[in-house]
Write a protein that binds this ligand. Sequence first.
Ligand code: PBG
Length: 325
Amino acid sequence: MEKGNFRRHRRLRRSDSMRSLVRETYLHKEDLIYPIFAVEEDNVKREIASMPGVYHYSLDRLNEEVREVVDLGIQSIMMFGVPDHKDAVGSEAYCDTGIVQRAIKQIKEEFPDLTVIADTCLCQYTDHGHCGVIEDGYVQNDQSLDLLTQTAVSQAKAGADMIAPSNMMDGFVSAIRKGLDEAGFVDVPIMSYAVKFSSAFYGPFRDAAHSTPQFGDRKTYQMDPANRLEAIREAESDIEEGADFLMVKPALAYLDIIRELKDRFPLPMVAYNVSGEYAMIKAASQNGWLNEEEVVLEKLTSMKRAGADLIITYFAKDAARMLNQ
Ligand code: PBG
C-alpha cells in the first residue's frame, strides 16, 4: 500500500493524555453495588473459602464492614441473609425478625443515606435449597409468588430501599409490585433479576449462602445459557410487570445479552458480576498468573462498555480503592 494511504489509529494512542481524551467508557464508584452476607451467631467475621476477601458477618460485626464500604464512597449494597433455620417453605425469609430484616434495619439506622438493596429469594431459607415451594418434586410457580411477595414486603418494612427478586418465577415482578403497593411501599423500586441464567458460575455463592439445591438443579426456572431471544422475552415481561431496573446475571459470559437489552429497553441496566467470576480472578492472581488490579478494572470496564449502568460485584471495595487513588 502507498505510504500514508491508510488510517492512522495510533495517532490517538500516543500518550496518556491523548488516550484519556478519546476514552469512551468510565467506571465510577457510583456504579458499584457491594454484596454483603449476614449470618446468625455472635462475633463472626469468617472468610468464605471459595471467595477470598469476602466474609460472613454476624450482626454485631456487620456495621464495621458497612462503614468501610461507605468510607470508600460506595453508594449501595446488596444484602443477603444466611439463616440458621431452614424449612420446606422458607419461613425465615419472610419473618419480620429474620436475619436479613434485622441486618437491613440496623444498617439503615446507622447509614440512612446508603441504598440498601434486598435480594429476594427463598433458596437460602428452604431446606431443599430451591427458590420456591416444592410439590411433586417440582418448584411451584404461583404458590411461590405469595411467599416471595411476603418476603419483599417484610424487607421493605425493615427499611430496604429496593427489592431485587432473584428467584426467576414467572410473574414475580407484578406480584411483588402489587404487594409492595398494597403495603404502602409505592416508592420502593424493583431491580429485577430479569435475565438470570442457570449458571455454573454461582458455585462459590452457594457455598457462601448455603443454598445449593438438595436435589436436581435450577434449570426449570433459571434460563438456558444458550438463549438470546428468550432473554429478550424475559426482559419484556418484567418491564410490562413494572420493573424499574433490569439485571443480567452472570455478566462476563453474557456481555452480548447486556448490550442487546440495553439497545432495546430504556431501563437502567445492571450486570451481576457473580461469585465464580470473582473466584477465577482471585485464584489466578493468587497463583501469580494474572495481575489482579489490571484484570479487575478491565473486566468491570468491559461490562460498562457492553451497556451496564451499574455493576454488582464482590470487587466493589477493591475497585473503589483503585478509583480513589
Ligand atoms: C439466589 C441468588 C443466587 C445468586 C444471587 N442470588 C444463587 C443462585 O441462583 O443459585 C448468585 C450470586 C453469585 O454467584 O454471586 N437465588
